[in-house]
Design a protein around this ligand. Structure first.
Ligand code: DX5
Ligand code: ZN
Length: 230
């Protein structure tokens, strides 16, 4: 897919539906090809990819060589979530691995405006991620330049954690800011998302839900994805 095709594809998605991004972190790493194929054939919208450096978060997942492999296999747009310090060093790397969205953490970027602009300049959509304790109000002066805000609903670093309920209030306040400013940013939620809280999250104002364990550890992955979409 060319950059233009990807862009059009995502713009169409943005105006038509609520989106679902299965998180590869919960896939079977010994059968990555099989699991990506299952997602390719499913009704999921994006594939969420978690890169961890063991410094910004207390865990290490995988790096860009694995993403190169994922890029070859996935037919879904890649939503790359960098849980690393100095993510600005990896903008070109990220672009090369075919990322549609590059998410950087607010807490990891001293010059967030510069980083967001560089991501857009590189031809990707710029996502800014907030840890659970970081207030959405801190985005007031950057929201117009951002394509997506990823709200962490667990402390980042691991799959399978419990959803933090305060996230609903953050979605409401972020949605109000986006509407008031007439901004175009999508609202994405990541961590502890499951079939029990998905409908409420979409209703509260989420556009994209990330789900790892709830999808990959379910007995029937395509069926679970359909249930999320319903
Ligand atoms: C956590 C990651 C998430 C994780 C979500 O730090 O950012 O994307 O894979 O996993 P679940 O849905 O199992 O909480
Ligand atoms: Zn993530």
């Amino acid at each position: 897919m060319s950059t233009n095709q990807l862009f059009n594809y995502s713009v169409i998605q943005m105006i038509t539906s609520k989106l679902l991004a299965p998180s590869l972190l919960s896939a079977d790493f010994g059968n990555l090809e099989r699991d990506i194929e299952v997602i390719n054939r499913s009704s999921a919208d994006w594939l969420h990819i978690d890169v961890m450096d063991g410094v910004f978060v207390p865990n290490i997942s995988f790096g860009f060589p694995v993403l190169e492999y994922v890029k070859k296999l996935s037919t879904k747009p890649l939503d790359v979530h960098l849980m690393i310090v100095q993510p600005e060093k990896f903008i070109n790397e990220c672009k090369k691995t075919g990322a549609m969205v590059m998410n950087v953490h607010y807490e990891a970027c001293t010059h967030l405006n510069r980083t967001v602009r560089a991501i857009v300049e590189a031809g990707m959509q710029a996502g800014v991620t907030l840890n659970p304790h970081t207030p959405v109000e801190l985005l007031e002066d950057i929201i117009l330049e951002v394509d997506l805000v990823l709200l962490m609903s667990v402390n980042p670093g691991f799959g399978g954690q419990q959803f933090i309920e305060n996230t609903y209030s953050k979605i409401e306040r972020l949605r109000a800011m986006i509407d008031r400013k007439n901004a175009h940013a999508l609202v994405e939620i990541d961590g502890g998302v499951n079939l029990q809280n998905a409908a409420k999250l979409y209703q509260t104002g989420a556009d994209v839900l990330v789900a790892g364990n709830a999808i990959f550890h379910s007995p029937n992955i395509p069926q679970t994805i359909n249930q999320f979409k319903e």
